[in-house]
Design a protein around this ligand. Structure first.
Ligand code: EPZ
Length: 422
């Protein structure tokens, strides 16, 4: 991603005030493709104004759907004219979630040709479990020349046993199963909030999905799905990133419009560090005075500590009192931000899948480069808490998952701006 801009942050300002969290990226990138399973127009609201949404608008239009998208307002999708079944490399590479079009197109067209997805390079990220699920429903699948070919004369509901908990696999097979004959049962299913949100959207169209949020999800195939207007849930990971930024800058921030029950693993860890966290029904207040204690973090599938928050959390832990350990159990290469934090004065070493962080008194601003979306979040937090000025190169990664993040942080008192690189 050749950077044309850099982000400049002068650190040291405590974040203070109220910030409203946007709609969820990982739910939106599942709900938008799911509109193609419908037999009537749908309207989706509360979508975040982020790059991944624009990529999906382009993909749906190439497939022939009529898409009317007003950022910050609504997206109207009329799937009826859509007759395509191919997603080319250029578009598929723009995001990870392009692979959800395999499940959707199998369900809608009985076939799909989708180039391998893009997304953050945080591990090998195979899709064998997705294909296992499609095969169980009766689809033939083949990977050839960087493209996944899938075809099924008919999809028939079956039991699918995932070998490991996979968010993408659970979503993808759920999408295809909506159009299978009979009932599909997903065992060892992922339980993330955005899986529940997708199930609620599908059911709002007349689908029959039960058990989302547990490890067994039952989907009864439905021949006809009627139109729906649906608002996606707030972003769990943006909420967590803002909570961490509030603590890291010794601030006092209310994150409004969030779902506190989605944040319990992070809230518990922050409380363990000595951060003050107070929940109300749709807001969380985070305050930090004085020093914070070192803690150990182990990423887990939901409801455990989210892997997407371990990177911003590692920035917060660079100045905690004592030694912290972060164990990343889901992805093999999710520590690429560590080298950049070390450039800012952090003391971190990575041993296999564990980052060992020795607390230092302060970070210092430096030029750093974003390598993936949540690494960018880590550098944002580090820049906000560091003494002096930090330059973040390739901030485009951050734009994939955080809506208008500078505006939000500036409104909380951050000194942050973007400059073009001549
Ligand atoms: C989703 O990725 C999210 N992306 C990720 O968020 C998130 O980190 C991840 O879930 C875990 O919560 C979207 O929702 C678009 P997985 P996904 O399938 O679906 C292995 C962000 O920053 N696996 O649950 O790719 C896989 O390699 C992004 O917003 C297989 O081996 O995650 C990984 O080690 C980054 N075979 C583990 O399972 C498969 O067929 C979990 O992957 C599928 C997965």
């Amino acid at each position: 991603m050749a950077g044309k801009e850099k982000m400049l942050i002068t650190g040291g300002n405590p974040l203070q005030g109220v910030v409203h969290v946007s709609g969820g990226k990982n739910t939106s990138v599942a709900v938008i493709p799911a509109t193609l399973l419908c037999d009537e127009p749908c309207t989706i609201e509360n979508l975040p104004d982020i790059q991944d949404v624009y990529a999906l608008v382009d993909i749906l239009r190439v497939l022939g759907a009529k898409v009317d998208y007003v950022p910050g307002e609504f997206m109207k999708v009329d799937p009826r004219p859509a007759e395509g079944w191919q997603v080319d490399y250029r578009n598929a590479q723009r995001l990870r979630a392009s692979y959800y079009l395999i499940g959707v197109l199998l369900g809608r067209m009985g076939r799909a040709e989708v180039a391998f997805p893009g997304g953050c390079k945080i591990g090998t990220r195979p899709i064998d479990q997705h294909l296992k699920g499609f095969n169980a429903l009766g689809a033939q699948t083949e990977e050839r020349g960087g493209v996944i070919f899938a075809e099924a004369d008919r999809l028939v509901g079956r039991d699918v046993f995932f070998d490991m908990v996979t968010v993408g696999g659970t979503i993808n097979v759920m999408l295809a199963a909506c159009k299978a004959e009979g009932t599909t049962v997903l065992h060892n299913a992922a339980k993330e909030p955005h899986i529940v949100d997708l199930a609620n959207f599908l059911n709002s169209m007349g689908a029959k999905v039960k058990g989302a949020g547990t490890d067994v999800i039952r989907i009864k195939g439905t021949p006809y799905l009627h139109g729906s207007t649906y608002a996606v849930i707030p972003d769990q990971i943006e909420t967590g990133t803002l909570m961490i930024a509030a603590a890291a800058t010794r601030g006092d921030v209310v994150i409004s419009g969030c779902i506190p029950t989605h944040m319990e693993a992070l809230s518990a860890k922050l409380l363990e560090m000595g951060v003050r966290v107070n929940d109300s029904d749709d807001a969380i207040r985070v305050r930090m005075m004085g020093a914070h204690r070192a803690v150990n973090v182990k990423t887990q599938v939901y409801p455990g500590f989210p892997t997407d928050l371990q990177q911003p959390m590692s920035a917060l832990l660079t100045t905690a009192h004592g030694r912290s350990m972060i164990e990343e159990t889901l992805f093999e290469f999710r520590f690429k931000h560590v080298d950049e934090l070390v450039r800012m004065g952090a003391q971190i070493r990575v041993v296999e899948r564990t980052a060992i962080i020795e607390g230092v008194p302060s970070l210092y601003g430096a030029p750093v480069t974003t390598t993936d979306l949540r690494a960018g979040a880590a550098l944002l937090v580090a820049g906000l808490m560091a003494q002096g000025e930090t330059e973040i190169y390739e901030p485009e990664y951050i734009d994939r998952g955080y809506e208008h993040i500078e505006d939000k942080l500036r409104a909380l008192g951050a000194q942050i701006r973007r400059e073009s690189i001549d």
